[in-house]
Write a protein that binds this ligand. Sequence first.
Ligand SMILES: Cc1cc2nc3c(=O)[nH]c(=O)nc-3n(C[C@H](O)[C@H](O)[C@H](O)COP(=O)(O)OP(=O)(O)OC[C@H]3O[C@@H](n4cnc5c(N)ncnc54)[C@H](O)[C@@H]3O)c2cc1C
Length: 386
Amino acid sequence: MDFALSPEQRRLCEDIETFAVALSADLEGLRDDAAAGPSREIWRRCAEQGLTGLAVPKDYGGGGHDAVTTALVLEAFGRGCGDSGLVFSVAAHLLAGAVPLALCGSAAQKERYLPDLCDGSVIAALAMTEAQSGSDAYALSSRAVAHGDGYRLDGHKTWITNGPVAELLIVGAVSEDNTTTKGPATVSAFLIEADTPGVERPPAFDLLGLRSAAVGEISLHGVELGPDALLGRLGGGAGVFQCAMDWERTCLFAAHVGTVDRLLAQTVRFVKGRRSGDATLASRQAVSHQLADLKVQLEAARLLVYRAAWQLDRGRSASQHAAIAKLFTSETLLQSAITALRLHGGEGLRCGGELERAYRDAVAATLYSGTSEIQRNIIAAFLGLR
Ligand SMILES: Cc1cc2nc3c(=O)[nH]c(=O)nc-3n(C[C@H](O)[C@H](O)[C@H](O)COP(=O)(O)OP(=O)(O)OC[C@H]3O[C@@H](n4cnc5c(N)ncnc54)[C@H](O)[C@@H]3O)c2cc1C
């Protein structure tokens, strides 16, 4: 087992962290704007750094990086960038949009869409969730019926990251004629350009956290699609969705490992400088042990993420390892935000401060990509408990 980074991986990570720190400084003051989504200028700067196409093959304009390198680079992005909403938006675009398209799309679909997804001119969103189908991901009401040589889609999606701003949507819908049938085998994935007639998108949600991301609803009213809109095979939507989830639960959560690393470093600096009585906070064991525990959680989360990425790179099923990495990292992220906030005392609670924002942003990580309870269900199923 070799834990050493290659010179290229080290250089990539250093470059991205430097970029992310500079970007954060530029975003200071307007980062927590409500639900506008990332500006195109900021998105273009991320694309110039290769972030929007990291794991997409070079032939289609991407970086051609494997999952381990993608995880390392996103970890560096999360460590350097204080705008978690931006990191989340870019990672969702890459891991739930570009990667499943690169892995499941036809040659024509890849040629048509991937270069624009990589160069930042097109933003992608994956739309599965519906009002009555969140944790029960395949209990979809959206329907795709045969229409001419293609399909006609009706349905309503909610909680879609980048949904209000994306130009390209990957949409899950039941494609069987029998509308009473439910379950993974009935679901297909469709590529829908957001300006197709019948696609409607209200303004993004006003959220507690991740306020700089655009998360919202998508309505589909008789959206007519050609046969080339089908992503993967008919009834193969679950495979597309699982591919997206395996990559997202691994590499998006690598970015969160980076965030935990930053929060820990920031809190260590704070307790070294803050005095309580005749000593610094750092010299109080009740304080230092909290940070020692957080360091252990950080390193464990990092290893779990790298392990899941390693599985992805070997073409082995990564679903169990991705669920373990997602569960542990999301809970660690939330714990790190609470620990950082508490150890900063009253300053941690100040509205507009970095820590109250980190706390608000961290809560969401236990929900998206499947909640913590759903990750436990997945892990239990791998243990033969369901
Ligand atoms: C910020 C954000 C971004 C998102 N982005 C996307 C996106 O880009 N695309 C997309 O398709 N979806 C997206 N989602 C949706 C997300 O995947 C769902 O919110 C999530 O799967 C939970 O579904 P739900 O909100 O309907 O909650 P519910 O399924 O109603 O769950 C409510 C509670 O019940 C628990 N629960 C539910 N079922 C079980 C069970 N069987 N066993 C134990 N506990 C259970 C849950 O863990 C949770 O605590 C996003 C959500 C958020 C918050």
